[in-house]
Design a protein around this ligand. Structure first.
Ligand code: SIN
Length: 500
C-alpha cells in the first residue's frame, strides 16, 4: 500500500514523546503481530491515509481466544482483587502520563479537536480508576435459608473470556469502559477495535502491558474482515460479548451470540429528545444544547437528535442557539483555534446533507450551516454545524439518528405532547429537558423512555453514572456500581447440615 500521510500528520507524529505508542499491529498471545495484508486508516481532516494497519484474520481471532482462555484461567485464580486493582491503578497512571500523545493519535485518526481528544483520554482513564476501586468491592451475599441448618451464599465470579467490539467515536473511552470492569473481576479480553481508529486502541494496550497486566489477558485483533470478527460471537470459548455501535449490527451480533448463550451488553443507537419547556432558563438550555449536540461533531449516541422547543420560547431559543453555533470554528483538530473537527468519513457528511435536503424539501428552514466551510481542506470530511427550524415528524430527521452536527428544532404546546413526541421512537438511550418546575422535572424524568436523562444539563456521561439504553438502544449498563456485574456470574452456594 502506498501511504501518503499528510504533512501536518507527519509533523504531529514527530511531536510524540513516545513515538512507540503509534502502532499499526495487533496484539495476540503476548506478541505484537503484523501482517503482509493491511488496511488503510484515514485522517478525517485531510482524507489522506494516516497509516496501514495489520488486517488480521479469523485464524488470529481463534488464536487470541485460545490464549485468552488460558490467560483467564490463570489470572482469575492467581490474582486477588487487590492485586488486580493495583494493576489497573498503574495502567491509569500510565494513561494519564501519556494523555497528550494518546490525544494526538486520537485526533489524527478520529478528527475530533485536541481538547476533546485529551478530554476523552481523561474520561477513558476515569473508567480505569473507577473499576480499580470497584474491584475490591465485588461483594457476594449471605442469604437466610428457608431450610434448617443451611446457609446460602452467593459468589460473584468472572464470566470468562470476553469479546469486546468498540466504535470509532470514542476510540479510547469505549475500550476502557468495557475492559476495565472485565479485568477488575478477573476476565480476559479479545478486543476488535474499529477499523477507523485502531491506533488509539494499540497505544492503550501497550500501556496496559507496561502496567504489568498479563500478556495473555488482553488481545487486540484489528481487522477489516467483519466475518472474521464474528468468531468472537460464535466461539463457545467466549462467554460474553460487549458491543457499542448501531442497532442493526447489535441485533445481528446478539443473535450470533445467543447461539452459545453468551452474556451480552449492547450499547446501541439513539435518537435523543431534547425538550425546552416554556419555564426553562433559555440561556442554560442553549448551553446544554451546545454541549450535547456538538460534542464530537454530533457523533455520539447520546447527542440530542431532536430538539422540541415550546412554541412560546422557540424564537428566542433558536436565535440564541444560532448565535452560539456560528461562533464554532470548524477545522483541523490539532489547530488551537478549532472547536469542531470533521466527521469520521464521507458517508457521515452525506448523511447530514441528506437530512437537511429532505427537511428543507418538506418545509423546514435552514437557519445556519448546511455547507462545507470555505477555509477547510476540501478533501477532509467537513460540514458546518447546522440548525433547522420548522421541523415536523414527517421529516427523516425525526426518525433517523443523524450522527452529525445538525440540530433540528420542532415546536410543541403541552407537556403531554412533548413527552409523547420524545417517546415516539424505537430508541431509548438518552433524553434531556430543561424546566424550572421541580414537579415537572420529576414527572418528565419518570416519563421519558430512555436509560439516561439529563435535567437542566447536557452533560450526562461519567464513570460513576450507569450508561445504557432501553428499547432498541440496547441492554446492559456500563460504568457505575452496576458495571462489574456485566462481567460476572452469580453462583449460589447452599451449605447444608451446618449445625449452627
Ligand atoms: C457513545 O456515544 O457511544 C458514548 C458517549 C458517552 O460515553 O458519553
Amino acid at each position: 500500500m502506498t501511504v501518503t500521510t499528510s504533512a501536518p500528520a507527519l509533523e504531529a507524529l514527530k511531536t510524540l514523546k513516545r513515538p512507540d505508542l503509534f502502532i499499526g499491529d495487533g496484539f495476540v498471545a503476548g506478541e505484537w503481530v503484523s501482517s503482509s495484508k493491511t488496511f488503510p486508516v484515514y485522517e478525517p481532516s485531510t482524507g489522506q491515509v494516516l497509516g496501514p494497519v495489520a488486517d488480521l484474520t479469523r485464524a488470529d481471532f481463534v488464536k487470541a481466544i485460545e490464549s485468552a482462555d488460558k490467560g483467564y484461567r490463570k489470572y482469575s485464580t492467581t490474582t486477588t482483587a487487590h492485586e488486580r486493582s493495583a494493576l489497573l491503578r498503574k495502567w491509569y497512571d500510565l494513561i494519564i502520563a501519556n494523555k497528550e500523545d494518546i490525544g494526538t493519535i486520537l485526533v489524527l485518526e478520529n478528527g475530533k479537536t485536541y481538547a476533546e481528544a485529551v478530554g476523552e483520554v481523561a474520561y477513558a482513564a476515569s473508567f480505569v480508576s473507577w473499576f480499580a476501586e470497584e474491584a475490591s468491592r465485588a461483594y457476594g451475599d449471605v442469604i437466610p435459608s428457608s431450610m434448617p441448618n443451611t446457609t446460602v451464599l452467593t459468589l460473584k465470579q468472572p464470566v470468562g473470556v470476553c469479546g469486546i467490539i468498540t466504535p470509532w467515536n470514542f476510540p479510547a473511552a469505549m475500550i476502557t469502559r468495557k475492559i476495565a470492569p472485565a479485568l477488575a473481576v478477573g476476565c480476559s479480553v479479545v478486543i476488535k477495535p474499529p477499523s477507523e481508529t485502531p491506533y488509539t486502541a494499540a497505544a492503550l494496550v501497550k500501556l496496559a502491558m507496561e502496567a504489568g497486566l498479563p500478556a495473555d489477558v488482553i488481545h487486540l485483533v484489528p481487522t477489516k474482515d467483519r466475518d472474521a470478527a464474528t468468531e468472537l460471537c460464535t466461539s463457545p470459548i467466549v462467554k460474553k460479548i460487549s458491543f457499542t455501535g448501531s442497532t442493526n449490527v447489535g441485533i445481528h451480533l446478539s443473535k450470533l451470540a445467543m447461539g452459545t448463550m453468551k452474556k451480552i451488553s449492547m450499547e446501541l443507537g439513539g435518537n435523543a429528545p431534547f425538550i425546552v419547556f416554556d419555564d426553562a432558563d433559555i440561556d442554560l438550555a442553549v448551553q446544554g444544547a451546545m454541549v450535547c449536540k456538538f460534542r464530537c461533531s454530533g457523533q455520539t449516541c447520546v447527542c440530542a437528535n431532536r430538539l422540541f422547543v415550546h412554541k412560546k420560547v422557540a424564537a428566542e431559543f433558536t436565535a440564541k442557539l444560532v448565535a452560539e453555533v456560528e461562533k464554532l470554528k470548524v477545522g483541523y483538530g490539532l489547530s488551537k483555534t478549532t472547536t469542531q473537527g470533521p466527521l469520521v468519513n464521507k458517508g457521515g457528511v452525506e448523511k447530514v446533507k441528506a437530512h437537511i435536503k429532505d427537511a428543507v424539501s418538506k418545509g423546514a428552514k435552514l437557519e445556519t450551516g448546511g455547507s462545507v466551510p470555505s477555509d477547510v481542506n476540501p478533501n477532509g470530511f467537513f460540514i458546518a454545524p447546522s440548525i433547522l427550524s420548522g421541523v415536523t415528524t414527517e421529516m427523516v430527521v425525526a426518525r433517523d439518528e443523524t450522527f452529525g452536527p445538525l440540530a433540528p428544532i420542532f415546536q410543541f404546546e403541552t407537556e403531554e405532547e412533548a413527552v409523547e413526541l420524545a417517546n415516539s421512537t424505537e430508541f431509548g438511550l438518552a433524553g434531556y429537558f430543561f424546566s424550572r418546575d421541580i414537579n415537572r422535572c420529576l414527572r418528565v424524568a419518570a416519563s421519558l423512555e430512555c436509560g439516561l436523562v439529563g435535567v437542566n444539563s447536557g452533560k450526562i456521561s461519567a464513570a460513576e453514572s450507569p450508561f445504557g439504553g432501553v428499547k432498541q438502544s440496547g441492554v446492559g449498563r456500563e460504568g457505575s456500581m452496576y458495571g462489574l456485574a456485566e462481567y460476572q456470574i452469580i453462583k449460589a452456594v447452599t451449605i447444608g447440615n451446618t449445625n449452627v
